[in-house]
Write a protein that binds this ligand. Structure first.
Ligand SMILES: N[C@@H](CCOP(=O)(O)O)C(=O)O
Length: 462
């Protein structure tokens, strides 16, 4: 399996080189040259595998250059830190199937890929005798998951930018209370979009990237998306066992388009996904794209689901590559139009193609709280605000026949304020959060300025 860039100027990379490159050197995002196709028989054979074995079966179709025993061992170690024996269990309430993705060390779906990526980086660096400085941006969940994935690891420093006072208090503490010497938290005076832009600008300076051996943990890194493809297959097997369904829908709360793009890849591989329901909060650029063909960047709003407070979705570029029939020249033109005008428009034929894969809904703050309250009232099950956005969209857009799996992307305890507003009491905290407010903290506040961040990196890099 070889990898190419959406912008067409990087080709024929091995999986390992694609992981190390992170953002493609031509500014695009890396994708496999072809998507492995599974027959119904292949899919049936995956249905009841346990999570690590399933992960091995899915990943090995995309990874051509890591010996099987090593890949298996990386996968096993990555999921050993999860607190649920099923890793990503599916629970069923009131006809809604909920895929719980929050049983990793930082209580969000990001752990599923970032525990693996942390171990993979360690493995590749040891093999190459190299060091790495990871640079990432977070709107709340990627940061702590990435930090936990590499804290204390040799030959890796990690620098995470989060928007100052725009993540939940628990999300902030999960990052800033990790005081291992290789972890650097930077609270930027700006939004997540500023952080993501800065990260891309710095990766785009190829001399700087090479000099400081930069590595990417955001979903610009293909390994992130790939590891997330696995749980779509996992949920399919569990829901099929329960309902004997022939097709399935997924409702995915999304901001950066990475999680739902993983579902799109699963569908391209042959998983019988009838609908991918894209659920946004009031930052509704992706919903406007699906519903009206209007992809125009607005100002970022702060909502009760801060991890999705994003305008410019990174992985949208990967989707454009397929929407434009894999013509990288068209992707290049679109990305430069977006950079200069802040918007993209789509033809009727393109909109029709989008509609074959996606339904979309934007869920307001008030609807988010209402959904947490109603669902809790009816079932006793507590949704976090991001999951509530997805559940609301699923209830409104499901076809009433095909089972819909809602991705539960985070534990409600990460968002105490929203839960308190919805049901009048704080969520019960898992053991990992006990006393988190009292722990030592380390974080610096810095302007959302590329040069300032580069200077910081140059001073603190390995
Ligand atoms: N929602 C994310 C934003 C970064 O997205 P990523 O998937 O590219 O890492 C977060 O919680 O940080």
């Amino acid at each position: 399996m070889k990898y190419l860039s959406t912008r067409g100027r990087v080709r024929s990379l091995s999986f390992k080189d694609a992981v190390m490159m992170g953002l493609a050197d031509d500014g695009g995002l890396l994708l496999p040259e072809s998507i492995p196709q599974l027959t119904p028989g292949d899919i049936a054979a995956l249905e009841m595998l346990d999570y690590p074995e399933l992960a091995f079966q899915v990943l090995s179709r995309f990874v051509g250059d890591i010996p099987s025993a090593d890949l298996k061992s990386l996968i096993d170690r990555s999921y050993a830190s999860f607190t649920h024996p099923d890793i990503t269990p599916v629970v069923h309430h009131n006809g809604v199937h909920i895929l719980e993705l929050f049983h990793g060390p930082t209580l969000a779906f990001k752990d599923v890929a970032l525990q693996f990526l942390g171990n993979l980086f360690e493995y590749l660096l040891a093999e190459r005798g190299e060091k790495m400085n990871i640079l990432g941006a977070t709107s709340g969940d990627t940061g702590s998951a990435a930090i936990y994935g590499v804290r204390g690891k040799e030959n890796i420093n990690i620098f995470i930018l989060h928007p100052h006072r725009k993540v939940s208090p628990i999300q902030e503490l999960q990052m800033t209370t990790v005081t291992d010497p290789n972890v650097f938290n930077l609270a930027i005076r700006g939004t997540f979009d500023d952080g993501q832009r800065i990260v891309k600008e710095i990766f785009g300076d190829l001399d700087f990237k090479a000099k400081y051996a930069l590595g990417a943990v955001n979903s610009i890194n293909w390994a992130r998306v790939l590891a997330q493809v696995v749980y779509y297959f996992y949920a399919w097997g569990r829901v099929r066992k329960k309902t004997d369904c022939r097709e399935i829908c997924f409702s995915v709360p999304t901001g950066n388009f990475g999680d739902i793009f993983a579902g799109f890849i699963a569908k391209k591989m042959g998983l019988p996904i009838r609908r991918l329901i894209l659920a946004t909060n009031e930052n509704n650029i992706l919903t406007r794209f699906v519903r009206q063909g209007d992809y125009s960047i607005g100002a970022v709003s702060q909502t009760y689901s801060p991890s999705m407070d994003i305008q410019l979705a990174s992985n949208f570029e990967r989707y454009l590559f397929y929407l434009y029939d894999e013509q990288s020249g068209r992707v290049r033109d679109a990305m430069s139009e977006l950079a200069s005008t802040g918007r993209l428009a789509f033809t009727a034929a393109e909109r029709e193609k989008v509609a074959q894969n996606f339904f979309a809904q934007a869920v307001s703050n008030a609807e988010t709280l209402e959904t947490i309250r109603d669902f809790h009232g009816k079932t006793g099950y507590l949704l976090d605000p991001h999951t509530a956005v997805g559940v609301r969209a699923a209830l409104d857009l499901g076809d009433g026949q095909t089972p819909t799996v809602c991705l539960a992307t985070a534990h409600p305890a990460k968002f105490g304020e929203a839960v308190q507003l919805a049901i009048g009491q704080e969520p019960t905290r898992p053991a990992s959060l006990a006393g988190i407010e009292d722990r030592e903290k380390r974080c610096e506040t810095i302007d959302a300025d590329t040069t300032a961040i580069k200077n910081y990196l140059a001073t603190h890099a390995l």
